[in-house]
Write a protein that binds this ligand. Structure first.
Ligand code: SF4
Length: 415
């Protein structure tokens, strides 16, 4: 009788992809949905903030309480917290992302082990399915060559490198054949795809769009400097989502210097205005409360933020990360104040998102992903959520809605 295994995934879309690869590769275990019945639990961890580490530790405590299971750690936390957790006997083994295709062999080891493998490996895996998902995350790139002063990721994901283009296209061809129509290209610094292999993300997306069954391509977070002239040529392509997530991290020129960011606010503003004029919804990342964020620099940042045509925001208040240049920087910003600034930002973008949805008069092209009570939930081409009333089963379907109501919290439609 096969042992039962449960996969717990923390963090980003790249981790979601890596977990899918492990779930597809495993043969000696039965994958279950209920962690309390598991004989083995694999934690695909995140370590982007000290808080992320705390979540992983408290999850291990949770498993220790509810299940009689062996726990194994992989993901980015394996590189920062793995050794300590192994020494404490809280996990039975630690393995790096490069070892995930050897998962059966890893989990059947009798002795505790610590095998981080190769930080700069190139992923060769190809999956046929995305369990429980109606859209597919495709890892096309891994690692990062930027050195933002608050970020630990380059040290746990390695240098920027691109997956083999043939493998990526094969991957998408297989998933499209299995009914997937929407593909989210993901990576650690996805916009750097192709930089060392003499190609580019725009060229790859054009090739992907030629694959039978590909209906919409979405992109993970890119850097402003990666929206090149070549990329601008595909902005009007029908297969490209009408939303882009472009990481600014701050809108005060001085703060961008403190954070060792490569983007320049003046150019960011010009780029966002160009994209908005092309009808794009635009999201960004922002960190409030990074050391050095004085009231003067904050007021400047807010003034700039208000003038940007934003619709989506992925923001955090700064969280010290041991081992990064920022963790020793001064003056520090009070945590409560950093949270207040975060909420101020969120409110600004919430209003902008509602304005954008009210102003849009075209039809919405929606992939229905889930259902809650009697409403179906999907995302449109602008990556805005819509709740749909219908007597038909819409799960996994593409629907086009012209008449819908834009309310503050979401759009509402019926079919
Ligand atoms: S671009 Fe900066 S924030 Fe993003 S992964 Fe690289 S170093 Fe970290």
């Amino acid at each position: 009788m096969k042992q039962k295994i449960f996969f717990k995934t923390f963090g980003c879309r790249t981790n979601i992809y890596d977990s899918q690869v492990m779930m597809s590769a495993i043969e000696k275990y039965d994958i279950i949905e209920n962690e309390s019945e598991a004989d083995v639990v694999v934690i695909n961890s995140c370590t982007v903030t000290n808080g992320a580490d705390t979540h992983v530790r408290s999850y291990i405590s949770h498993i220790e309480k509810i299940a009689d299971a062996k726990v194994f750690l992989t993901g980015c936390g394996a590189h920062t917290k793995g050794e300590r957790l192994l020494e404490q006997g809280r996990v039975s083994g630690v393995f790096g992302q490069s070892e995930k295709l050897r998962i059966d062999e890893m989990l059947s080891k009798d002795e505790p082990f610590y095998e981080l493998g190769d930080l700069n490996y190139i992923d060769e895996a190809v999956v046929d399915d995305f369990v429980g998902k109606s859209r597919a995350f495709i890892k096309i790139q891994e690692g990062c060559d930027f050195r933002c002063s608050y970020c630990i990721i380059p040290y746990v994901r390695g240098d920027a490198r691109s997956m083999d283009e043939i493998k990526i296209l094969e991957q998408i061809t297989r998933l499209a054949r299995n009914g997937f129509g929407e593909f989210i290209l993901t990576g650690t610094n996805v916009g750097s795809y192709g930089q060392k292999t003499d190609t580019s993300i725009a060229s790859l997306m054009k090739k992907i769009s030629q694959i039978r069954g590909v209906r919409r391509i979405r992109l993970g977070s890119v850097e402003p400097i990666q929206i090149t002239d070549e990329f601008k040529e595909i902005l009007r392509e029908p297969w490209l989502e009408k939303h882009l997530h472009i990481a600014l991290q701050h809108t005060s020129p001085q703060m961008l210097k403190f954070m060792n960011r490569r983007n320049v606010y003046k150019q960011d503003k010009e780029l966002f205005e160009l994209l908005a004029s092309e009808g794009f919804a635009i999201g960004t990342d922002f960190i409030t409360g990074h050391p050095g964020e004085s009231t003067k620099l904050w007021n400047e940042a807010i003034k700039n933020m208000k003038e940007l045509p934003l619709t989506h925001l992925h923001a955090f208040s700064y969280s010290k990360r041991d081992g990064t240049p920022s963790c020793t920087m001064k003056p520090e910003v009070n945590g409560k104040l950093a949270k207040e600034r975060l909420h101020e930002l969120e409110n600004i973008v919430k209003v902008k998102n509602f304005e954008f949805r009210k102003a849009f008069s075209g039809s919405l092209d929606i992939l229905v992903e889930s259902q809650k009570d009697d409403l179906y939930i999907g995302y449109d081409q602008h990556f805005n959520k819509i709740l749909i009333k219908s007597n038909e089963d819409l799960l996994g379907n593409w629907v086009n809605i012209q008449n819908y109501e834009a309310k503050e919290e979401s759009n509402y439609g019926s079919i």
